[in-house]
Design a protein around this ligand. Sequence first.
Ligand code: TIU
Length: 226
Amino acid sequence: MTTVDADPAAVDIELSRTALLLIDMQRDFLEPGGFGDALGNDVGLLADCIAPCQALLEAAREAGVLVIHTREGHRTDLSDVHGTKQERCAMGKRIGDAGPMGRILVRGEPGHALVDALAPLPGEPVVDKPGKGAFFATDLDLLLRRAGIDNLLVCGVTTEVCVSSTVREASDRGYRVVVPGDCCASYFPAFHDAALAMISAQGGIFGVVTEGATLVAALRHSTSAP
Ligand code: TIU
Protein backbone atom coordinates (compact mmCIF):
# COMPACT_ATOMS: atom_id res chain seq x y z
CA MET A 1 0.00 0.00 0.00
CA THR A 2 1.13 3.53 -0.77
CA THR A 3 -0.27 6.47 1.16
CA VAL A 4 -0.98 9.63 -0.84
CA ASP A 5 -1.56 12.93 0.94
CA ALA A 6 -4.66 14.54 -0.52
CA ASP A 7 -7.60 16.82 0.11
CA PRO A 8 -9.85 16.18 2.03
CA ALA A 9 -7.92 13.16 3.37
CA ALA A 10 -4.99 10.90 2.51
CA VAL A 11 -5.77 7.73 0.58
CA ASP A 12 -4.04 4.35 0.53
CA ILE A 13 -3.62 2.86 -2.90
CA GLU A 14 -2.17 -0.42 -4.06
CA LEU A 15 -0.06 0.30 -7.15
CA SER A 16 -0.82 -3.01 -8.82
CA ARG A 17 -4.51 -1.98 -8.73
CA THR A 18 -3.90 1.59 -9.92
CA ALA A 19 -3.98 3.16 -13.37
CA LEU A 20 -2.88 6.58 -14.60
CA LEU A 21 -5.46 8.07 -16.95
CA LEU A 22 -4.25 10.89 -19.21
CA ILE A 23 -7.33 12.59 -20.57
CA ASP A 24 -7.23 14.14 -24.06
CA MET A 25 -3.73 15.65 -24.02
CA GLN A 26 -4.17 16.29 -27.73
CA ARG A 27 -2.87 18.95 -30.07
CA ASP A 28 -6.54 19.79 -30.81
CA PHE A 29 -6.87 21.18 -27.27
CA LEU A 30 -3.34 22.37 -26.48
CA GLU A 31 -2.15 23.96 -29.74
CA PRO A 32 -3.42 26.83 -31.90
CA GLY A 33 -5.66 25.88 -34.83
CA GLY A 34 -7.46 22.97 -33.18
CA PHE A 35 -10.83 22.38 -31.55
CA GLY A 36 -10.10 24.39 -28.40
CA ASP A 37 -9.04 27.34 -30.50
CA ALA A 38 -12.11 26.96 -32.74
CA LEU A 39 -14.31 27.28 -29.65
CA GLY A 40 -12.74 30.69 -29.00
CA ASN A 41 -10.34 29.70 -26.21
CA ASP A 42 -6.77 30.79 -25.36
CA VAL A 43 -5.07 27.40 -25.74
CA GLY A 44 -1.85 28.72 -24.17
CA LEU A 45 -3.57 28.44 -20.77
CA LEU A 46 -3.22 24.65 -20.94
CA ALA A 47 0.57 24.52 -21.45
CA ASP A 48 1.53 24.56 -17.78
CA CYS A 49 0.05 21.14 -17.09
CA ILE A 50 2.27 19.32 -19.61
CA ALA A 51 5.45 19.20 -17.47
CA PRO A 52 3.72 17.90 -14.30
CA CYS A 53 1.92 15.29 -16.44
CA GLN A 54 5.25 14.27 -17.97
CA ALA A 55 6.87 13.84 -14.53
CA LEU A 56 3.93 11.76 -13.30
CA LEU A 57 3.88 9.69 -16.48
CA GLU A 58 7.58 8.84 -16.07
CA ALA A 59 7.11 7.90 -12.40
CA ALA A 60 4.07 5.76 -13.24
CA ARG A 61 5.97 3.92 -15.95
CA GLU A 62 8.91 3.31 -13.60
CA ALA A 63 6.55 2.02 -10.91
CA GLY A 64 4.86 -0.34 -13.37
CA VAL A 65 1.51 1.44 -13.04
CA LEU A 66 -0.88 0.88 -15.95
CA VAL A 67 -0.99 3.98 -18.19
CA ILE A 68 -4.03 4.67 -20.36
CA HIS A 69 -4.34 7.64 -22.73
CA THR A 70 -7.62 8.96 -24.10
CA ARG A 71 -8.37 11.06 -27.17
CA GLU A 72 -11.61 12.87 -27.92
CA GLY A 73 -12.45 12.65 -31.61
CA HIS A 74 -14.73 11.36 -34.30
CA ARG A 75 -14.94 9.06 -37.30
CA THR A 76 -14.00 10.60 -40.64
CA ASP A 77 -17.63 10.47 -41.83
CA LEU A 78 -18.76 12.19 -38.59
CA SER A 79 -21.41 9.50 -38.10
CA ASP A 80 -20.64 9.46 -34.35
CA VAL A 81 -21.13 13.20 -33.73
CA HIS A 82 -24.44 14.07 -32.12
CA GLY A 83 -26.22 16.93 -33.86
CA THR A 84 -26.31 18.71 -30.54
CA LYS A 85 -22.51 18.48 -30.18
CA GLN A 86 -22.18 20.12 -33.62
CA GLU A 87 -24.74 22.80 -32.76
CA ARG A 88 -22.84 23.75 -29.63
CA CYS A 89 -19.64 24.60 -31.53
CA ALA A 90 -21.28 26.78 -34.13
CA MET A 91 -19.45 29.95 -33.05
CA GLY A 92 -16.25 29.15 -35.01
CA LYS A 93 -15.07 26.21 -37.05
CA ARG A 94 -17.01 23.01 -36.47
CA ILE A 95 -15.97 19.40 -35.91
CA GLY A 96 -14.82 18.02 -39.28
CA ASP A 97 -13.95 21.42 -40.80
CA ALA A 98 -10.45 21.84 -42.24
CA GLY A 99 -7.93 23.64 -40.04
CA PRO A 100 -4.16 24.09 -39.86
CA MET A 101 -3.82 20.73 -38.07
CA GLY A 102 -6.19 18.90 -40.40
CA ARG A 103 -9.92 18.29 -39.90
CA ILE A 104 -10.95 19.43 -36.44
CA LEU A 105 -11.45 16.68 -33.83
CA VAL A 106 -11.34 13.91 -36.45
CA ARG A 107 -9.44 10.68 -35.76
CA GLY A 108 -6.19 10.27 -37.66
CA GLU A 109 -5.71 13.99 -38.31
CA PRO A 110 -2.57 15.75 -36.98
CA GLY A 111 -4.62 17.75 -34.46
CA HIS A 112 -6.14 14.59 -33.00
CA ALA A 113 -2.71 13.30 -31.96
CA LEU A 114 -1.43 13.37 -28.39
CA VAL A 115 1.22 16.03 -27.76
CA ASP A 116 4.78 14.81 -28.35
CA ALA A 117 5.80 15.24 -24.69
CA LEU A 118 3.18 12.68 -23.62
CA ALA A 119 3.34 10.26 -26.54
CA PRO A 120 2.19 6.76 -25.62
CA LEU A 121 4.70 3.92 -25.48
CA PRO A 122 3.96 0.82 -27.55
CA GLY A 123 1.55 -1.31 -25.54
CA GLU A 124 -0.03 1.57 -23.60
CA PRO A 125 -3.75 1.56 -24.41
CA VAL A 126 -5.13 4.60 -26.21
CA VAL A 127 -8.91 4.93 -25.85
CA ASP A 128 -10.72 6.91 -28.53
CA LYS A 129 -13.85 8.52 -27.18
CA PRO A 130 -16.66 10.40 -28.95
CA GLY A 131 -17.91 12.12 -25.81
CA LYS A 132 -16.58 14.10 -22.89
CA GLY A 133 -16.57 11.29 -20.33
CA ALA A 134 -14.01 8.55 -21.08
CA PHE A 135 -16.43 5.76 -20.11
CA PHE A 136 -19.15 6.77 -22.58
CA ALA A 137 -19.20 4.53 -25.69
CA THR A 138 -15.67 3.15 -25.05
CA ASP A 139 -14.10 -0.05 -23.71
CA LEU A 140 -12.31 1.78 -20.87
CA ASP A 141 -14.27 0.11 -18.06
CA LEU A 142 -13.60 -3.33 -19.59
CA LEU A 143 -9.85 -2.61 -19.83
CA LEU A 144 -9.72 -1.44 -16.22
CA ARG A 145 -11.76 -4.33 -14.81
CA ARG A 146 -9.73 -6.92 -16.74
CA ALA A 147 -6.56 -5.35 -15.31
CA GLY A 148 -7.96 -5.47 -11.75
CA ILE A 149 -7.88 -1.69 -11.33
CA ASP A 150 -9.56 -0.04 -8.30
CA ASN A 151 -7.74 3.30 -8.24
CA LEU A 152 -7.54 5.95 -10.95
CA LEU A 153 -5.07 8.82 -11.08
CA VAL A 154 -6.83 11.22 -13.46
CA CYS A 155 -4.94 13.98 -15.31
CA GLY A 156 -5.54 15.99 -18.44
CA VAL A 157 -7.67 18.62 -20.09
CA THR A 158 -9.93 20.32 -19.50
CA THR A 159 -10.51 20.14 -15.79
CA GLU A 160 -14.19 21.03 -15.80
CA VAL A 161 -15.12 19.26 -19.05
CA CYS A 162 -13.53 15.90 -19.94
CA VAL A 163 -11.61 15.41 -16.67
CA SER A 164 -14.66 16.15 -14.51
CA SER A 165 -17.01 14.10 -16.69
CA THR A 166 -14.62 11.15 -16.45
CA VAL A 167 -14.11 11.56 -12.70
CA ARG A 168 -17.87 11.49 -12.14
CA GLU A 169 -18.34 8.45 -14.37
CA ALA A 170 -15.47 6.68 -12.56
CA SER A 171 -16.84 7.53 -9.13
CA ASP A 172 -20.26 6.08 -10.00
CA ARG A 173 -18.53 2.90 -11.19
CA GLY A 174 -16.80 2.45 -7.84
CA TYR A 175 -13.26 3.53 -8.69
CA ARG A 176 -11.21 5.41 -6.08
CA VAL A 177 -10.31 8.64 -7.88
CA VAL A 178 -7.21 10.76 -7.22
CA VAL A 179 -6.81 14.00 -9.18
CA PRO A 180 -3.46 15.83 -9.18
CA GLY A 181 -4.70 19.38 -9.73
CA ASP A 182 -1.58 20.76 -11.42
CA CYS A 183 -1.70 17.90 -13.94
CA CYS A 184 -5.04 19.29 -15.16
CA ALA A 185 -5.84 22.61 -16.83
CA SER A 186 -8.71 24.68 -18.15
CA TYR A 187 -9.23 27.60 -20.52
CA PHE A 188 -11.00 29.17 -17.51
CA PRO A 189 -8.79 29.25 -14.39
CA ALA A 190 -11.82 29.90 -12.17
CA PHE A 191 -13.55 26.81 -13.58
CA HIS A 192 -10.38 24.76 -12.95
CA ASP A 193 -10.36 25.80 -9.29
CA ALA A 194 -14.10 25.22 -8.90
CA ALA A 195 -13.96 21.82 -10.62
CA LEU A 196 -11.24 20.61 -8.26
CA ALA A 197 -13.13 21.98 -5.27
CA MET A 198 -16.28 20.13 -6.39
CA ILE A 199 -14.39 16.83 -6.52
CA SER A 200 -12.96 17.02 -3.00
CA ALA A 201 -15.83 18.81 -1.21
CA GLN A 202 -18.28 16.99 1.05
CA GLY A 203 -15.70 14.49 2.25
CA GLY A 204 -14.42 13.78 -1.27
CA ILE A 205 -17.78 13.37 -2.98
CA PHE A 206 -16.17 12.27 -6.28
CA GLY A 207 -12.57 11.68 -5.20
CA VAL A 208 -9.55 13.35 -3.65
CA VAL A 209 -7.31 16.12 -4.99
CA THR A 210 -3.54 16.25 -4.65
CA GLU A 211 -0.44 17.55 -6.47
CA GLY A 212 1.56 15.83 -9.19
CA ALA A 213 4.76 15.97 -7.10
CA THR A 214 2.99 14.28 -4.18
CA LEU A 215 2.02 11.38 -6.42
CA VAL A 216 5.49 11.21 -7.97
CA ALA A 217 7.05 11.02 -4.49
CA ALA A 218 4.58 8.32 -3.43
CA LEU A 219 5.28 6.27 -6.57
CA ARG A 220 9.07 6.65 -6.20
CA HIS A 221 8.96 5.76 -2.50
CA SER A 222 6.90 2.70 -3.25
CA THR A 223 9.20 1.64 -6.14
CA SER A 224 12.34 1.89 -3.99
CA ALA A 225 10.75 0.26 -0.90
CA PRO A 226 12.21 -3.19 -0.04
N1 TIU B 1 -14.02 22.58 -24.48
C1 TIU B 1 -13.41 22.00 -23.47
O1 TIU B 1 -13.09 22.64 -22.47
N2 TIU B 1 -13.12 20.68 -23.52
C2 TIU B 1 -13.50 19.77 -24.47
O2 TIU B 1 -14.26 20.07 -25.39
N3 TIU B 1 -13.00 18.52 -24.36
C3 TIU B 1 -12.17 18.09 -23.31
O3 TIU B 1 -12.20 18.64 -22.22
N4 TIU B 1 -11.29 17.11 -23.58
